[in-house]
Ligand binder design. Structure first.
Ligand SMILES: CC(C)(COP(=O)(O)OP(=O)(O)OC[C@H]1O[C@@H](n2cnc3c(N)ncnc32)[C@H](O)[C@@H]1OP(=O)(O)O)[C@@H](O)C(=O)NCCC(=O)NCCS
Length: 190
């Protein structure tokens, strides 16, 4: 079913290891943890966060974007422990047309396939429920982890401009990444 309209209530999504839910003001410590970490923050800001109030501000902007029908940013929490690990979402979305994704994950959780799992879910949501025909992503050309992740999900490079790579995914190219790891979250069901 395609609803092709901006959701009235924030959509909660579930993957094998994650709950993707609406961001709340009490996510401030998790958000601050990520954006005060130089290795995460350098892809978004000139200077990492140094005050917890900066987390409050960005949370409020995510909440406002949803209220205004402009964007959807999910908090990612681990099912097992309820721990906040990052965010992912459509910073900008045009229902029935195109959405641009953004994402960040706490460093201690890199290399486990968690962001691939989360992005697969929000991309499915974008195509299936928001009627998108294209999902876009821009990343710094030096952000090799993000580029690897986008390619694994089926994104194609559309342009290289300045210091950035511009990727896009159309529905026919979307992939659910497979991993060789025996603990893979996406092993085929026998
Ligand atoms: C970009 C970012 C989200 C990527 O995180 P990540 O953990 O590497 O991404 P994935 O969830 O796709 O994990 C894939 C890795 O987990 C490994 N992995 C291990 N166990 C796995 C499992 N059970 N299931 C899936 N993958 C697993 C994969 O082999 C892969 O490793 P590789 O990239 O070395 O080949 C993270 O580096 C980040 O938050 N960076 C800072 C913010 C940022 O750059 N945002 C993007 C701005 S455009």
């Amino acid at each position: 079913m395609t609803i092709s309209e901006f959701p009235k209530t924030f959509p909660r999504l579930e993957t094998e290891r994650l709950i993707l839910r609406e961001i709340r003001l009490d996510d401030r410590y998790g958000i601050f943890g990520n954006f005060s970490d130089e290795e995460v923050a350098k892809w978004f800001f000139d200077v990492p966060y140094s005050a917890i109030e900066q987390a409050d501000e960005i949370i409020q902007s995510f909440i406002n974007e949803f209220k205004e029908g402009k964007g959807l940013t999910w908090a990612m929490t681990l099912k097992e422990s309820n721990e906040f690990v990052g965010t992912c979402g459509y910073g900008e979305v045009e229902i029935g047309a195109c959405g641009e994704i953004g994402f960040d994950l706490a460093k201690e959780h890199w290399g486990k396939g968690l962001m691939s799992e989360a992005l697969s879910a929000i991309i499915d949501f974008g195509f299936d429920m928001l009627g998108l025909s294209k999902v876009e992503a821009r990343t710094y050309s030096t952000n090799s982890r993000a580029i690897r992740l986008l390619r694994r999900l089926g994104f194609q490079l559309e342009d290289v401009r300045g210091d950035s790579h511009y990727f896009a995914l159309i529905e026919k190219d979307r992939k659910n990444p497979e991993f060789s790891d025996s603990s893979s979250a996406r092993k085929p069901i026998p």
